[in-house]
Design a protein around this ligand. Structure first.
Ligand SMILES: [Zn+2]
Length: 300
């Protein structure tokens, strides 16, 4: 992916190095980590739907850029700095592209979300966010929460590395923000609440919202490449390979040897690859929303 000369978004809050309260440790062995990691990008889409608690929480932390809880400056490795800059550029691109798409496709005014970079754990309007959940979007404060170490976990544990895969992760979360702005996320969440969290029916609704976020990430890729020539040879394949490795069936088989379709919340590898690709090829937001919302579940 070529981001040379691209601007960094300023809608970013850097909480890295600040402890969000609870000390956080990864437990449960490697497989536990993998399942937990994909729980949000990949699981939930909105932290509120998982924790079942909405509304403003906590606060109480004074935000200061690049200092730890004791006010000491936090030093980042060059790799960490590069990843942060990369993420800010990708987010900046989503701002430009989604403003353009909203205008061109008659979707109203696009309002930028905020991206919060954090390490370990942080408070959000949807409850306490933890890195093990993977990147997630909270509609309560319209923020994307990302612990950048997720990207190296993707590469090391899932073999789904590469800059375009990382951009796809960010674009997927922005996709949930687009769902929020278009009202789709709220519709699905109220359905899920009626069915009961974790029920087979609620899980099916979750799959709809996740496949749509993949489709919307594909739409972003289509227009970002058209406008900025951002994609290099192999990038599309890299994102599709990433989508394949975060399919529910793939991850469950890998973790426990078998897959339980009624517990899928994000869609199969095949579905995630198809929806991302369709978004990339078609680029029509309303068409994607209509299909995701109205199509019979077995046809998704
Ligand atoms: Zn998601």
């Amino acid at each position: 992916m070529d981001l040379d000369g691209r601007r960094e978004s300023t809608n970013v809050e850097d909480r890295r190095g600040m402890s969000g309260g609870t000390k956080f440790g990864l437990g449960g062995g490697i497989m536990g980590i993998i399942i937990a990691l994909v729980a949000m990008f990949m699981g939930g889409g909105d932290l509120g739907s998982i924790l079942g608690q909405m509304g403003q929480m906590g606060g109480g932390i004074t935000m200061q850029e690049s200092t730890d809880n004791n006010g000491q400056p936090v030093e980042f490795t060059q790799e960490e700095q590069e990843l942060a800059s990369f993420s800010k550029k990708v987010l900046g691109g989503t701002e430009d592209i989604w403003s353009q798409i909203f205008e061109q496709q008659g979707l109203g005014e696009y309002k930028n979300p905020k991206m919060v970079l954090y390490t370990g754990s942080t408070s959000t309007a949807c409850g306490q966010g933890q890195a093990a959940m993977g990147p997630f979007y909270c509609s309560g404060d319209q923020c994307l929460y990302i612990d950048l170490s997720f990207f190296s976990s993707m590469e090391q544990q899932l073999g789904a590395g590469g800059d375009f895969s990382y951009a796809y992760v960010i674009a997927h979360e922005v996709g949930h923000h687009v769902e929020y702005l278009t009202g789709v996320l709220q519709q699905i969440h109220s359905k899920m609440a009626r069915y009961g969290q974790g029920s087979a029916q609620a899980n099916k609704e979750s799959v709809r919202i996740e496949l749509l976020a993949d489709y919307l990430a594909g739409c972003w890729a289509h227009y970002d490449n058209q406008r900025f020539k951002s994609m290099s040879d192999g990038d599309l394949e890299e994102a599709i390979k990433c989508a394949q490795k975060i399919g529910d069936d793939y991850l469950q088989k890998r973790a426990q040897g078998y897959a339980m379709p009624e517990s899928f919340t994000h869609g199969t590898s095949d579905q995630r690859m198809r929806w991302f690709k369709a978004g990339y090829q078609v680029g029509d937001v309303k068409a994607g929303i209509n299909t995701a919302m109205q199509q019979d579940y077995s046809q998704l």
